[in-house]
Ligand binder design. Sequence first.
Ligand code: ATP
Ligand code: MG
Length: 610
Amino acid sequence: MPWETVRKGTLPRIAPNLGDYAEECARFSWPTARTGLEGLPGGRGLNIAHEAVDRHAASERATKVALRCVARDDSVTCVTYADLARSTARFAHVLRALGVGHGDRVVTLLGRCPELYTVVLGTLKNTSVLCPLFSAFGPDPVIQRVTLSDAQVLVTTADLYRRKVAGRRDAPASLRHVLIVGEGADDLPGTVSLTTLMAEADDTFTVPPTSPHDMALLHFTSGTTGTPKGAVHVHEAAVAHYVSALYALDLHQDDVFWCTADPGWVTGMSYGIIAPLMHGVTVVVDEGDYDARRWYRILAEQRVNVWYTAPTALRMLMRTTPRAGPHDLPRSFDLSALRFIASVGEPLNPEAVVWGRDVLGLPVHDNWWQTETGAIMIANFAACDIRPGSMGRPLPGVEAAVLRRGEDGRAEVADGHVTVLEEPGQEGELALRAGWPSMFRGYLHDEARTAAAFADGWYLTGDLVRRDADGWYWFVGRADDVIKSAGHLIGPFEVESALMEHPAVAESGVIGRPDPVAGNIVKAFVTLRPGFDASTTTRRELLAFARRRLGPAVAPREIAFDQHLPHTRSGKVMRRLLRARELGLPEGDISTLEDSAREAPAPARTEQSA
Ligand code: ATP
Ligand code: MG
């Protein structure tokens, strides 16, 4: 292992929310978890919005800032918990007045803006179901998802509505109301101004009885490996949101917390809205676009204590400030309030952890979860040492296992039973014992796919991992991304991480390309850092570098340069698309693809290793 463990003793102090890991796991039980949640008054159940807003608004925290919204022009608007209680009450009344009730779906097509928080939490107060979409989706993915969700209400801006929904003949029949945030509803037939409706609504609202098992959220998955699925989540998920933010994100009530994830993705909802508000912290809401300087400035000026982001964002920061170069950009900002960075969405390359330590002087904690799990399941805990390259250990209350794989690469199920691999170091499919509070309750309208995700009391994640002797989990790859080459099983992550250690490499995506001799050979698509040429010399050097680091069986045999790797909107490299383009196969569902990667690039020149 070339990567030393990053010791917590050498890092800024972290208030340990987690005492002894083993002890905490042993005494943990979901029903009695230390959540501080109170449930609806009068024993009328559990409602996410009550826990995230009204509970605080009725306490001494009412005047505390819940949201600090940083607009594109850098002006800052603050919203207190009391303000949020009133605006969400108004929106709940708006829905009620429109005849939208329990279980009805409300879809948002909005960027990150203050109104989004009002709409999300107001919908939950009304016990309706919130379904967030990426505002950058094109018209087809929007219509497809609005239809799949049986939405009655769409909340969006005039501009987004005009560009993505207006005039579509295939607009879903269920859609009864389009509410427009900001100006412009007057010019759009069939829409209503949200501001007008809100102005007429009462600002107190009694949350109706809510069962913890009532549907609360509908999240479409990132579509990295196929058609997007609508995962159903319930109000009980609040328990897991709270507990995971306590252990994995180390949230304390005085903290300022910032999550960069888009609100159209599960992370933007679970940790951009619900979990931090449940902890009563101050949440930074950035309405601007990605820009390294802007991000460092927000971290410094807003005195952010905990920052939740994704490997792709960190890799972008790394591009602007490599470890080898001068560290002027981050050094010109005061990041002293920041305790640590947490990352999710893709495997976090060890190089990023080492970069965080060397360039920012900060630990970067990887954690693993999925749209289906609803909350963080496996983490490098804030209070514990980090093992760079490892996803971490299961949260207390989460039972994880590595299952033996069958011929098709997924967990082998024989007579309804799976085989748990107890020995450390073995690769298999990651499974979670079914029944944690934020577990998805199924894919909407897709019973067959839901049933296929469970076996023998386990939820099968579709990710391949190994567990080391100390119980840490290491990501190998998605079951359908793993490459079989000359009898070896190769996880793309291992190859990508090794390439990242070379100063020329900003990012890479690794696939298997069919080969008559080896079955598959490993091919890497590489994005170069500024200052490096896509030359034969660079390519040869990278091939040799990878061979030295990984050995000839695992190292890529071919490297192609690609400055625009296809990413999903949640920031993941779409290896299946790289592979389809390489092999001239149909691209499949690319509705979640980022715009910049929409055009297939001209075939990249490749070079084989000796
Ligand atoms: P789809 O299911 O539609 O193909 P998706 O799996 O990318 O899309 P998400 O639920 O957003 O949709 O992503 C979860 C997946 O992201 C995980 O299954 C895993 O493959 C990957 N992932 C998330 N966090 C990590 C991590 N820390 N390390 C490695 N992989 C991660
Ligand atoms: Mg998935």
